[in-house]
Every structure is written in C-alpha cells, then in structure tokens.
Design a protein around this ligand. Structure first.
Ligand code: ADP
Length: 262
C-alpha cells in the first residue's frame, strides 16, 4: 500500500494549473488540432501563461502546425522541459520524441495511458493559467485518460463541422463527458460557411448552424463559428498560427469571440 509516487507528481503538477481544457471531436479532419492550437495561441496573446499538450499519439500534428517539427524537448533524469513557442506558450507532443516523422506508433491502450500520465507527471509545466489538451478524434483511450488524469475540473471543448454526420458524433462526445463526470465547456462549429473573396457571397458548403442547434438541444454552451478560410489551411500547411501572423481575418475575429468566455 502507500501512495504511488507518480500519482503524487501528477497531483503536484495539476495543483499549479488554473484551468484545463480538453479539445475533442467526434470525427477526424474537422479542424480540432487547428482550433486547439489557435485557442492556445489566442490565450497566450491575451497575456495568459499556456501549456499545449498534444495527446494524439497516432497523428500528432501540433508540432507541424506551429513549425516546431524539429524541436526536441530538453530532458534531465525523469523530467522533460516543454518546447517554448513563445514566452508564455509551451508545447509537448509525442511528435517531439519520435526518431522520425514517418514513424507509425502501434501502441495499445495501456501504453498510451502511461504516456499521457508521463506527459503530466514528468513534464515541467510550472505555473499555468491554462493547459489545453489536443486529443485524437472519438471517445477512445486518449480522451478518456486525459479527462480522468486531469480530474473533474477539466472541461471539454468539442469541435465539429455543421454537417449532420459530424453532429451525430458530437452527441456521443457530450454523452461521453457526462459519463466520465466532466463538464462540456462548449461546442465550436468549424468550417462553417465560405465567403467568396471575389463576390462576398457566403456559401454553406457543409451546411450551417448544426453545432449551435445541437448545443441548444444538449444544453451546452455554443462558443462560436469559424468560417472555412483558405488562410487557415495555408497557415496549417506552412506551420504558423493564423493569429500569431497578425492577419485580420474572419477567423481571427471568430477566435477572439471564442476565447472571450474562457
Ligand atoms: P483534426 O485535428 O480534426 O483532424 P486539423 O486541425 O488537422 O483537423 O484540420 C484538418 C485540415 O483542415 C487541415 O489541413 C487544416 O489546415 C484545415 N482546416 C481546419 N480548419 C479550417 C478552416 N476553418 N478553414 C480552412 N481549413 C481548415
């Protein structure tokens, strides 16, 4: 019997973090990592001290989204320093630890759970206003252990496109959070409408309003809509945050509205 030393380290890390947000989605490709990254950058630009933890073990995309693919965290005995993106935004991802970007990770649940625990216990996050956790899509081992390890005060941000097929999965994500005992902080509707740069006409490519209607139906906050914006796709491919670039776009306006209630 007695206390597990890793549990003690996790407790100690979490005691220094004011708020924990776990970014989830029902489906892949809806822009979850893009939203998680931009939320982290937006909060850091608003003066908060932020940690961004990528627990998408099979497809870690945060290093690439922030041009940190070649970064290696400094390690010492059983501690790891997160990689700085700016003075007040620190990043950790399995992507930093893989010998090659092309390596496929073939791990079963317990190994993934062990890694997530280590990312909390052994990474020197220090005092943070926010820890933003980017999970893989769905309701599998990673979001489950992220929520369980972070505790009941961690809240979920669920990203969806407005399509019916994505919305059905969001229902499952909301129910999942209820069952695990964590609150849903809110739903973000991404890829919501595309404004033609030539004529200004707004085309609802993936429909519109589905995320908001679902938020109402399930009695959770609706945080806002982000349009389908070629500048977002470009920023992801080229590895910079749309906000850090300082471009004034419909997306930067939407992001600022989304982080206001945080
Ligand atoms: P997920 O994490 O849900 O798999 P990503 O964040 O990796 O999704 O996004 C998938 C792709 O869609 C990326 O190429 C990204 O740049 C692009 N993308 C995400 N959101 C938008 C948007 N609002 N407008 C245009 N492209 C977007």
């Amino acid at each position: 019997c007695g206390t597990n030393p890793q549990d003690e380290k996790i407790k100690n890390t979490l005691s220094k973090i004011k708020r924990k947000l776990v970014v989830m989605s029902g489906k892949g490709g809806v822009g979850k990592s893009t939203v998680a990254t931009n939320i982290a950058v937006a909060l850091s630009m608003a003066g908060m001290k932020v940690g961004l933890l990528d627990v998408d073990v099979h497809g870690p995309s945060v290093p690439r989204l922030l041009s940190l693919s070649d970064a290696k965290p400094h390690m010492e005995r059983d501690c790891m320093e997160p990689v700085p993106y700016s003075d007040n935004l620190y990043v950790m991802s399995l992507g930093f630890l893989l010998p090659s970007k092309n390596d496929a990770v073939i791990w079963r649940g317990p190994v993934k759970i062990g890694l997530i625990r280590q990312f909390i216990s052994d990474v020197v996050w220090g005092e943070l206003d926010y820890l933003i956790v980017d999970c893989p899509p769905g309701t599998g081992d990673e979001p489950l252990s992220a929520l369980q390890e972070l505790g009941s005060d961690a809240q979920a941000v669920i990203v969806t496109t407005p399509q019916g097929v994505a919305i059905d999965d969001v229902r499952r994500s909301v129910t999942f959070c209820d069952q695990v005992g964590n609150k849903v902080f809110g739903i973000v509707e991404n890829m919501s409408g595309f404004t033609c740069s030539k004529c200004g006409h707004v085309e609802d490519i993936f429909n519109s309003g589905g995320g908001e209607a679902l938020a109402k139906e399930m009695n959770v906050n609706f945080l806002g809509r982000i349009p389908l914006d070629p500048a977002v796709a470009r920023s992801g491919d080229e590895g910079y945050s749309i906000l850090k670039l300082g471009e004034h776009t419909p997306t930067s306006e939407a992001m600022n509205r989304i982080i206001k209630p945080m």
